[in-house]
Design a protein. Sequence first.
Length: 347
Amino acid sequence: MTTEPAPIPVVDIGALFDGSASAVAATAQALGSAARANGFLYVTGHRRPAVLFEQLLTAARDFFAQPLAEKMRVYIGNSRNHRGYVPQGEEVFAAGTKDVKEAYDCSRDLPQDDPDYLAGNPLLGPNQWPELPGFKHAVSAYYDATFELGRVLLRGFALALGEPPERFDPMLTKPPSQLRLIHYPHDAGAEDQPGIGAHTDYELFTLLRSTGPGLEIMNESGAWMNAPPVPHAYVVNIGDMLELWSNGEFVATSHRVRKVPQERYSFPLFFAVDYHTRITPMPRRGRQDRPAAAGLIAGEHLYAQTARTFNYLRTRLASGELTLPQGSLTPPAFGRRPGGEEKLIKI
């Protein structure tokens, strides 16, 4: 008898804003259940106005409709803190496959005289903004609102792990949380290749909005299942850092984007903690059969995985201009393999 995969849970987090103690506890329990199963859920009740997404989508369409030469004026390779336009073919995943997409990457827009930027931090500093009317305003407004939602959501995950809700607040002073505007062009002849683009996200979790189907996640059995967008909901998936922090109690979601014929826009915000935060498994959490982990530095893990993925950074590594942080992991190190086997890592 064939067993149908469990449906992806939908969690209304409205209680995390102003609910009673019992409602907050029930919401945290629902978040924890999803994070322990396959690390994937839809979030509603988030109180982010629809106009923010509509304005972001308009800004993205305007930006990607420009000639390539204009977009390359803010090419990510011109930046020393990983901000800007990502042309097709620039990004290569661990399996060596290239996704047919283009993107614009940004993060918290820090000033030119920010001390970390001046010191050469590879992920902190100013954004490269295109000279496109309304673009900076729309992207910044969406980023700020979604990042603040991430703060609220992280408090719920903290409660689900038996921690005080403010457990992670001191680690969110200036994190390299990245927002990506991704454009998958129309491709009438789209055909998938097995495993293309499969990966886990490197941060704590991801908050995603998109305009169409294509996203697939790996369920508890190691099989791929569709995860279409739900109107007005964020897709949330657990990343590497929460899997490690919870000692595998929460599962980093292995996922990929199938090639679909229709044009598609996707807007993930990768929610991270401060660059120099050391992440080690919480005492008494997670599976006791997992090897002991010495932990990792959040920003170094994020930067190492990024440097292995982007051609402009791989070129700098090969030339010796850049070096990876000592002890950085080789992806994929987290999440599930096909067939349901979990990766037990020793750092």
